[in-house]
Design a protein around this ligand. Sequence first.
Ligand code: NAI
Ligand code: PYR
Ligand code: MG
Length: 473
Amino acid sequence: MRHQELGGKSIIIRLEIGGDRMNFGLVANMVSNLGGDIIAIDTIHIGNGISIRDMTVNVVDATAIRSITEAIEKIPGIRVVNTSDRTFLLHLGGKIEVTPKVTIQNRDDLSRVYTPDVARVCEAIREDPDKAFSLTIKRNTVAVISDGSAVLGLGNIGSRAAMPVMEGKAMLFKQFAGVDAFPICLDTTDTEEIIRTIKLIAPAFGGINLEDISSPRCFEIEERLRAELDIPVFHDDQHGTAVVAYAGLINALKIAGKAITDVTVVVCGIGAAGVAITNILLSAGVKEVIGVDREGILVEGETYSNPVKTKYASYTNPLKRSGTLRDALQGADVFIGVSGGKLLNRQDVLGMAPNPIVFAMANPEPEILPADIDDIAAVVATGRSDYPNQINNVLCFPGIFRAALDCRALAITEEMKLAASEAIASVITEDKLGKYDIVPSVFDQSVVERLRDRVIRAAIAGGVARRIPKEYR
Ligand SMILES: NC(=O)C1=CN([C@@H]2O[C@H](COP(=O)(O)OP(=O)(O)OC[C@H]3O[C@@H](n4cnc5c(N)ncnc54)[C@H](O)[C@@H]3O)[C@@H](O)[C@H]2O)C=CC1
Ligand SMILES: CC(=O)C(=O)O
Ligand SMILES: [Mg+2]
């Protein structure tokens, strides 16, 4: 846990050990002194007077890897064969594959799945295009599409480098909600090209999950596609994040003993996530949201180079407060960070109102580490998998698309998003609620079940469901 908290890595060091013995106690001590924990030793081969062993070690950072390997090499009779990062091993060859649902065992099967019989299915869809939902992968398949321009908090890293995140999202879609998702990274950041490309590939899909497209282009891309396509288009960094942040806030406010209509919320990072979080909180009844970006507090009347920020200032910060992030936080009840790592400190949080709530959601490095403020905050949450209270859009996107696909929703509406937040929050019943338990674990199967139910009901009530699943007829 120590290394996980520090954002550590897990590596495997392959050792060739001469002679028949190695003093593991000595090695373990040395590794520990250099900032590592040995968590496993596996024997790969023994023979001809040497043994090959894989030592799995959790380390604080890359410097520790170097010092540990150098120190081991100095032990007489031991040679480091290679060092591999377990995360990289897990990514070898990518993380997903396409698996057929039926096996082709003979020519008869072949002529059904492929030519000539497949032609009859094609004709049926030509006559009635809606049959694509029943006769192709469309009804259960979502495209996860990025241009690589705002990947996690890493910035514009390009389309190839974005693939591991999109493959990861596809895995989560499948594992948590049975949705087949396809990672697609586009080699362009041109708004028109992105819109046109997505429209051209849309026939194969039942939904489009936009991911990690930078602001402000992400707003126009999503709006235009929503207007021009008849399948749900959902920018995960905006709406998935907002749904989960609001769910977390519903429960965090119970811990802090405050009402949503009374709190002042500071949102830091007025990009895709920050704008959407603000909008959902305003719909949910928050009266004072103060936005902070690189220019400091966003104030109505100022003109910012990014028009999204100018518009944002026009409907937030009703008391027209100005200044820095620390100024904004003076007396505030809630901090929501969707900006960048380490930009908040303990002093900032000490200036907040009693029982402050801090959601430091930037990835991979949060705005502040929980350990720095755990004793002074009522609730601390991050977006990461290795801390409690993981406020991450993974709690939303699998379930919300499960619902949208099952009722063939035309769109994912505001009502469906609010229903999704309430569904996620409701998994944490009073007996489960606690400082470290404001949102359910992503592994809690009731999250997707409850989300699906509430979101389908909201889709039916809002008239966007093209199909009413049996249990709702
Ligand atoms: N926990 C979660 O589920 C999610 C977390 N995130 C994280 O939130 C962050 C932002 O993501 P997006 O909104 O998609 O990116 P974005 O690029 O659309 O917006 C980021 C905004 O933060 C601002 N910002 C960056 N550094 C800042 C600083 N030092 N001070 C003030 N403002 C600063 C930028 O100017 C920009 O307006 C990333 O770290 C991302 O990983 C995003 C989506 C989901
Ligand atoms: C979680 C996520 O989507 C992000 O950090 O961009
Ligand atoms: Mg994202």
